[in-house]
Design a protein around this ligand. Structure first.
Ligand code: NOJ
Length: 445
């Protein structure tokens, strides 16, 4: 059993579910641009309609109500609420006001993500995260949103998965905007992104009474194959927070979370990047590390590890016969939800909320008209067993399943389904999967 203030929820994000990409004055985001280019999306799909949540938001809330979640995490499209002239677009803003009113009326607490990857194209055109004014633009946008949602929303996440923004959007370039940064630009952009977070925290604290704030990175913990081996666990912990100057550093934990929670980049940062450091002032670091309330974290998978005969950490590629998903990076490693929160709490000492966790499957509609997804049920149950275990030693305050609906899985398109609700993209029909009923049972327990 979790604590009495523990919250079960589900997560979504604007571009992945809303559709209506040019309605009511919405301007273009980098994902509109990216998805329209040939070869970028595996199945040639895009966000034009997807779950049609811009139109069907009242149905969305009905479904949430039936599911029994206490909270709904969704993101706001910057491009709907601010136009190319950096002015407020009231029509777009109204959509979120109406959605939040509907949620609150139904006793579902909104958890709003301010940035879930859909940067306005006009801002990208003037440099995106490399533009030193980006944090002011973000603060302005945050100010508009928080004032408009005053009295409806007090829980905010500033930025979703900075790791993917940088590694996938600006290094591997399989995500929007697909603009490659060199190392010097990368560090500069990461610093500007952290300043966006810091300025947004300041604005939210100013505008919202009783605000609860966090940032939602993602990570993939090292999981000891032997739970009783203290040396192995210590090495797993060290590896999880390690920062090296390699291809993967934009994807690491400490480069973002140390400045936010500890007030500075890890000390090795200054050493390994000494020839290309961005300008970092004391004021910047104070801004970035203003107190937040939670460590949000998106966890899907981990790496089983053991020690070789010289006590060096090695990754093990074996898995234990758990169901396999259909997306290459998602191996089922339930202990992810034990060790991930444990390591984070040991280093940063703040209550933890799992802002995403979910399973991707080849779901189909059966002859009986239903969607049977025992693998997803198995995944949720196994992961929650581990989360419950760790909650005995770490304050765990919530779990948000990703995702309420099948939706636009970025460059992988529509074929990768994570939802508790199946979406038939031919006609917009929504079908509750077996996992929907199972999650409901878990919530009500
Ligand atoms: C992380 C992202 O936040 C979300 O947008 C994505 O769809 C899921 N994980 C699954 O890949």
């Amino acid at each position: 059993m979790f604590d009495s203030d523990f919250v079960f929820g589900v997560s979504t994000a604007s571009y992945q579910i809303e559709g209506s990409i040019d309605k009511d004055g919405k301007c273009k985001s980098i994902w509109d641009t990216f998805a329209s280019k040939k070869g970028n999306i595996a199945d040639k799909s895009d966000g034009k309609t997807v779950c049609d949540s811009y139109v069907k938001y009242k149905d969305d809330v009905k479904i949430l109500k039936q599911l029994g979640v206490k909270s709904y995490r969704f993101s706001i499209a910057w491009t709907r609420v601010i136009n190319e002239h950096n002015e407020v677009n009231q029509k777009g803003l109204n959509y979120y006001i109406n959605l939040c009113k509907e949620l609150v009326k139904n006793n579902i607490k909104p958890l709003v993500t301010l940035y879930h990857w859909d940067m306005p194209q006009w801002l990208e055109d003037i440099g995106g995260f490399l533009n030193d004014d980006i944090s002011d633009y973000f603060a302005h946008y945050t100010d508009v949103v928080t004032k408009a949602l005053d009295g409806l929303v007090d829980n905010y996440i500033t930025i979703n998965e900075p790791q993917c923004i940088m590694q996938l959007g600006h290094r591997v370039c399989v995500h929007a905007p697909g603009v490659k940064y060199n190392d010097m630009e990368m560090l500069h952009a990461i610093h500007n992104l952290l300043k966006c977070h810091g300025k947004a925290v300041k604005v939210i604290r100013n505008n919202v009474k009783n605000s609860k704030i966090g940032i939602a990175p993602c990570s993939r913990p090292m999981v000891p194959t032997d739970r009783d081996n203290a040396l192995l666990e210590k090495k797993c912990y060290e590896k999880y927070f390690e920062l090296k100057r390699d291809y993967e550093y934009p994807n690491t934990v400490s480069i973002y979370s140390d400045p936010v929670f500890l007030g500075d980049y890890p000390k090795e940062y200054y050493e390994i990047f000494k020839d290309i450091l961005p300008k970092i002032t004391k004021e910047d670091l104070e801004l970035i590390s203003q107190p937040v309330d939670y460590i949000y974290q998106n966890f899907y998978s981990g790496n089983y590890c053991s020690l070789d005969k010289n006590n060096n950490l090695i990754k093990n590629d074996f898995y234990f016969g758990y169901p396999e998903g259909n997306i290459d990076w998602l191996q089922v490693v339930p202990e992810t939800l034990y060790y991930g929160p444990k390591y984070l709490y040991e280093r940063y000492k703040k209550p933890i909320i799992i802002s995403e966790n979910g399973f991707c499957n080849n779901d189909t509609i059966s002859l009986d008209g239903r969607v049977h997804d025992p693998e997803r049920i198995d995944y949720i149950r196994r992961y929650l067993i581990e989360l419950e275990k760790v909650s005995k030693i770490v304050p765990i305050k919530g779990y948000y399943y990703w995702s309420l609906f099948d939706n636009f899985e970025w460059n992988s398109g529509l074929k990768k389904r994570f939802g508790l609700v199946f979406v038939d993209y031919r006609n917009g029909r929504r079908i509750k999967k077996d996992s929907f009923k199972e999650y409901k049972k878990i919530i009500l327990k």
